[in-house]
Design a protein around this ligand. Sequence first.
Ligand code: ADE
Length: 230
Amino acid sequence: MIFHVLTIFPEFFEGPFAYGVVKRAKDAGVLEIRIHDLRNWTNDRHRTVDDRPFGGAEGMVLKCEPIFSAVETIWPQRRTDQKVILLSPQGRLFDQAMANRLKQNAELLLICGRYEGVDERVAEHLADEEVSIGNYVLSGGELAAAVVIDTVARLLPGVLGNEASSAFESFQEGGHGEGLLDCPQWTRPAEFRGWKAPEVLLNGNHGEIAKFRRSAAREKTAKLRPDLLE
Ligand code: ADE
């Protein structure tokens, strides 16, 4: 899968994809991440990407021309498995189900919003989807793009060492997770400062362990995320 990112801060992405699962997937050729500097599609001496909002308001708005030019250069024709996603706090909320849907595409192009907003014609006439990663306002879409790429990347076949492992974690429907939180885990030592790991996990009875994990997952979900049980 190929991820494109359109941003005015290309250096921002040197960090997030240089470690762990995503790095290994890149090295293995399972995915490719191409960072595009929006200023490459400006025509003036100052490489202007923003302007004052019509009607007057605080701050600056990202202009539509460089964004349209960039997307149309990257994809002169767009196939149905090449999707443009605008990251913004006004978007539809990103979740595991959306990640599973997005991973079906061959390529995604993520546009990172900035300043007080992006000219609305980008959302209306260029982006397939406007996506938010949560009900809070970031200073730009870069962190959001990194979150979306990380989440989708680890669902791709061949990215996680153990193919089964993404099917059994929090929010993933179909595994024993059933859309609940992941079950809590313990590792050695079996006792730390008087706090013991649950005995049942140490006794090697796989039937009992599976039963314990299901009920622990349900208990934790009821306590921290009762909304998931509805
Ligand atoms: N840009 C600013 N805030 C955002 C958010 N919550 N999600 C996606 N992009 C954003």
